[in-house]
Design a protein around this ligand. Structure first.
Ligand code: 13P
Ligand code: SF4
Length: 336
């Protein structure tokens, strides 16, 4: 066994928690060196900690990240995001090595829809088109007709002939929002994101009174009573772009707080306030996304592990619903 393979096997068993990184190392320099040496690309979601966003080659929302994963010519994709995103990248680029700094970086929304339970649920609606939010497992994607992200969800639903019934999974909040926006009657799976469900209507109201010129903007994974108060609803990219084009100088942002880093960078003269959660915890930071750290990113590039491995049938079957989504997204002008 090669030295690299031995190190990988060890890491696969014990994980990274026991490994110490020399605190004198300049991690930015080391990661950039490894990137060149290994022809690797770092794709990061907006919910990653600022340091990871700053070292990434591409920062984006779920749709943008999928597009980059599909078109990169790098040998290694280092996915600074959560498990379902890295799985999607693997399905789109099966010949590439896809790494996730911490394999435990999951997603409460994806976990709310275990594939075997969903399979049984789906059997009750044999004549329904299954649309799944990309925040779901690779296995759930094998049970899905069309995938969607928060950027393209309205166009995806509108692309389905009016006489077809729709079953939407796993996010009931995004589902309810889509019912309202498209007028379609949909059966919803009862799932939700732990971060977007925690925002406090009462605290946001108080904050708006203290900042009368601030606009509340929200991600569609939020509950309806929060969305009703918002002046703009959109995906992370949508929210970021809106803060740049709006004449407002102050924003209360109801989504994971990581996005504020890019908002502030793009508009340094504007004020961005993270929407407060129900209690005093930092619950507007996703505990899954935040498992990735610069240290783990470095280790994962050094040892080329943990790697996302999927059975071939999952890649082949799961990819179909993503391909349909990509085609509709392209026609709708969401990706080029
Ligand atoms: P988008 O990246 O599509 O805005 O979704 C946000 C999210 O919840 C990712 O986990
Ligand atoms: Fe999942 Fe919510 Fe975290 Fe996004 S923010 S990864 S939907 S738990």
């Amino acid at each position: 066994m090669s030295t690299l393979a031995t190190a990988q096997a060890g890491l696969a068993q014990k994980g990274y928690l026991d490994l110490e990184v020399d605190p004198t190392l300049d991690l930015f320099e080391e990661i950039n060196r490894l990137k060149k040496e290994k022809n690797a690309i770092i794709l990061a979601h907006y919910y990653q900690e600022p340091d990871i966003q700053d070292i990434a080659d591409y920062i984006g929302d779920s749709l943008g990240l999928s597009r980059e994963a599909a078109r990169t010519d790098a040998d290694i994709i280092v996915f600074a995001g959560v498990h379902f995103m890295a799985e999607t990248a693997k399905m789109l680029s099966p010949q590439k090595k896809v790494l996730l700094p911490d394999l435990k970086a999951g997603c409460s929304l994806a976990d709310s829809a275990p594939a075997p339970l969903f399979k049984k649920f789906k059997e009750k609606y044999p004549d329904h088109v299954v649309v799944s939010y990309v925040n779901c497992s690779a296995e759930l994607k094998t049970l899905t007709d069309i995938c969607c992200t928060s950027t393209n969800a309205i166009d995806i639903i509108n692309s389905i002939p009016a006489d077809k019934k729709i079953l939407f999974a796993p996010d009931k909040n995004l589902g309810a929002y889509l019912i309202k926006k498209t007028g379609r009657d949909m059966v919803l799976w009862d799932g939700a994101c732990m971060v977007h469900e925690i925002f406090s209507k009462e605290k946001i109201t108080k904050l708006m009174l203290r900042h009368p010129n601030a606009e509340l903007i929200a991600h569609p994974e939020c509950e309806e009573h929060i969305l009703q108060m918002a002046s703009y609803i959109g995906s992370t990219t949508g929210l970021l772009k809106y803060t740049q084009r709006s004449a407002s100088k102050e924003f209360i942002v109801a989504t994971e707080a990581g996005i504020l880093h890019q908002m502030q960078k793009a508009a340094p003269d504007k004020v961005f306030i993270p929407a407060p959660p129900e209690n005093t915890c930092a619950c507007n930071e996703c505990p899954h996304m935040r498992l990735n750290t610069l240290e783990k990113l470095y280790l994962c590039m050094k040892y080329e592990a943990p790697e996302i491995i999927l059975p071939e049938w999952v890649i082949n079957e799961g990819r179909k619903c993503i391909d349909v989504m990509m085609e509709i997204s392209q026609k709708a002008g969401h990706i080029h």
